[in-house]
Design a protein around this ligand. Structure first.
Ligand code: ZN
Length: 420
């Protein structure tokens, strides 16, 4: 329904408004710091993030789509679509027939996992005459309908995502792309503070140190933009894919271990995806769906069990063939174990996106944005139409609405491609 409605509106506004006004082209840098929870700046001195809010826009928080894990939520940033609509439903590619699974990094190179009908903003921008690039952003390695971001860099398999010197080098590299190759849009990804949040937990001294490193890097990004002479054209949006919450350790609570649940047996399944934080998906063998469902439903007070078609609509995690018939998720603090506990992270994400600990941060600064403006929360699907608007390109069909974010824009930049 939404699809049809927004598509018609988009066509209507396109024909009414016509071509963009002829003015200096604005550029956009989209930066993601993986797992930067909305309130990580609360107990840490973050002068650069504070300065950015003063010079631009800060949202109280942003809500990622469900499932709140890296590749799916990043693809939402690039497409403005909920996960059920863009189809990158998990960090892991899997095949239910062969039961083969590929981890996060290997899945980056499985083209058909990413290229399944929805175009990321790089391709749309390039098709409309702009130049786009991407550094380390999930989805960069794949091609889309035969096209790739014209300048791109994919990190090697064994990459140290924490190295601050590399962060600065990558920043200068991206600014060089903007200046020397005149790119209009670049997406850039940093793998922290996610790794530190998993390892030490979101309330640890280690996370506070990493938040300071992020803050210094935010200052470095802005400084580098200035050094490259980009300040009057470059808009910098800094956000994240999800938050982080503490995991209750064994002994404190009754853990969720599926094999211990009476009446449940892995032999009733032809495929399962569990032991991946608080979420899971099951494909029962033919005729076993009710048995599996009934065994699991209500088996643990902090385990939610849904048939795919009964998933709450607000999660937008139903309408895709890749989503398996039974979906499990745990309350904050819990993870879902299969045969026995194999997960030992102190921090985790992948929970319901209504949980405050899953919310991400958002800052934006540049000529398109108001200064010193704090706005209320919004869903990250709305970042895509905002970026398209600033770039002056016609967005693809998407689930976001420019009306949700356009109050962040300085009046002079409004008025093009209001697809909403
Ligand atoms: Zn993570």
């Amino acid at each position: 329904m939404l699809w049809t409605a927004s598509f018609c509106l988009l066509l209507a506004s396109w024909s009414v408004l016509g071509a963009p006004a002829n003015k200096q082209k604005q550029k956009v840098l989209l930066v993601s710091f993986d797992g930067f929870r909305w309130d990580y700046d609360r107990n840490v001195d973050t002068p650069n993030l504070d300065k950015m809010a003063k010079d631009g826009v800060k949202a109280l928080y942003v809500t990622p789509p469900y499932l709140t894990i890296t590749s799916p939520t990043h693809f939402t940033l690039l497409t403005g679509r909920y996960i059920e609509n863009h189809g990158v439903i998990h960090n892991m590619w899997f095949n239910t027939t062969t039961t083969e699974k590929k981890p996060y990094y290997q899945t980056q190179f499985v083209n058909e996992w990413w290229d399944n009908g929805t175009l990321p903003i790089w391709i749309t921008a390039q098709r409309q005459g702009l130049k786009a690039g991407s550094l380390h952003f999930p989805g960069t390695a794949s091609s889309y309908q035969g096209q790739v971001a014209m300048v791109r860099e994919v990190e090697p398999l064994l990459y140290n995502y924490k190295n601050e010197t590399a962060w600065q080098e990558n920043t200068d590299k991206v600014m060089g792309w903007f200046r020397d190759q005149d790119l209009d849009f670049v997406s850039m990804y940093f793998g922290e503070p996610d790794g530190t949040g998993h390892r030490y937990g979101p309330d640890s001294p280690e996370i506070r140190e990493m938040v300071k490193q992020v803050d210094r890097t935010v200052g470095y990004i802005r400084h580098s933009a200035e050094q490259h002479g980009l300040s009057d054209r470059l808009n910098i949006i800094i956000t994240s894919d999800h938050g982080m919450t503490s995991v209750y350790r064994d002994g404190l609570v009754e853990e969720i271990t599926l094999s211990k649940i009476p009446g449940f047996s892995f032999t009733d399944l032809s495929f399962h995806l569990v032991d991946y934080g608080p979420s899971g998906m099951l494909l029962p063998k033919p005729g076993q769906l009710e048995k599996v469902y009934n065994a699991l439903k209500g088996a643990h007070p902090h385990l939610h069990v849904y048939k795919k078609e009964d998933m709450p609509e607000r999660l937008h995690f139903t309408k895709n063939d890749r989503i398996l018939p039974i979906i499990l998720w745990a309350d904050p603090g819990y993870v879902i174990n299969g045969y026995f506990p194999v997960q030992f992270h102190k921090g985790e994400h992948g929970f319901d996106n209504e949980e405050m600990d899953m919310k991400a941060f958002f800052r934006a600064v540049g000529p398109a944005f108001h200064k010193n403006l704090e706005v209320g929360p919004f869903e990250t699907v709305n970042i895509y139409p905002l970026m398209c608007h600033i770039l002056g390109i016609k967005p693809e069909v998407n689930d976001g609405h420019l009306s949700v974010t356009e109050h962040m824009l300085a009046t002079s930049t409004r008025g093009e491609f209001t697809a909403d």
